[in-house]
Design a protein around this ligand. Structure first.
Ligand SMILES: Nc1nc2c(ncn2[C@@H]2O[C@H](COP(=O)(O)OP(=O)(O)OP(=O)(O)O)[C@@H](O)[C@H]2O)c(=O)[nH]1
Ligand SMILES: [Mg+2]
Length: 174
């Protein structure tokens, strides 16, 4: 059985640090400082946590800082990742354009490793919904799973990472 490195990417405030905290076996390594433009913390280097699944499998969870000014560090954190989780905030303007930006920046990863899109802060009836995101990805020729999730909910995050791990293992077995 092999460890898997999973990478969480997405805009500032979308919930990367929260998701890793929610499932990590111990308080994750985090590099948070008060955000200057919002009343919250923001990551300036990385998040790192570990999650042991029921079958004993160990996942190493890495989150990037969302702010573009730290994008030089993204490839360093991404190195060796085996699965990608792209978080998008359904309440922000231009959700699909933002998603495109991340898919473009991480296109090499998307091409060669399992990726999944997680939509946060989704309310019933809000747009774009999961099916809109699926349709948008389809127009880009991408067949990626899209799930709604609340990064504060352990079951949501566990479901998400389990889906990614299942796809990694299917690929290894193939
Ligand atoms: N109500 C609600 N709150 C959410 C949801 N997703 C995230 N949040 C909140 O939004 C905030 C997200 O903050 P972080 O996890 O620090 O965001 P981040 O993606 O790590 O941001 P950067 O480090 O700046 O890139 C937290 O306070 C979460 O509780 C959601 O689906 N519903
Ligand atoms: Mg963060």
């Amino acid at each position: 059985m092999q460890d898997h490195k999973l990478l969480f990417i997405g805009s500032p405030g979308v919930g990367k640090t929260t998701a890793i905290c929610t499932v990590s076996d111990y308080p994750p390594v985090s590099t948070e400082v008060p955000s200057t433009d919002e009343h919250r913390q923001t990551t300036v280097a990385l998040d790192f946590g570990e999650l042991t699944l029921d079958d004993g499998e160990m996942l190493r969870l890495y989150g990037v800082p969302g702010q573009d000014r730290f994008d030089f560090i993204w490839p360093l954190i991404a190195d060796g990742a085996m699965g990608l989780i792209v978080l998008i905030d359904s309440t922000k303007p231009d959700v699909l354009g933002t998603l495109d930006g991340y898919l473009d920046r991480f296109s090499e990863f998307v091409a060669r490793m399992p990726a999944i899109v997680a939509v946060t802060r989704l309310q019933p009836g809000s747009t774009p919904g999961v099916s809109d995101v699926v349709a948008h990805l389809g127009r880009r020729g991408l067949d990626l799973p899209v799930v709604a999730m609340d990064p504060r909910e352990r079951q949501d995050v566990l479901f998400l990472v389990s889906m990614v791990v299942a796809r990694i293992e299917r690929r290894i077995a193939a």
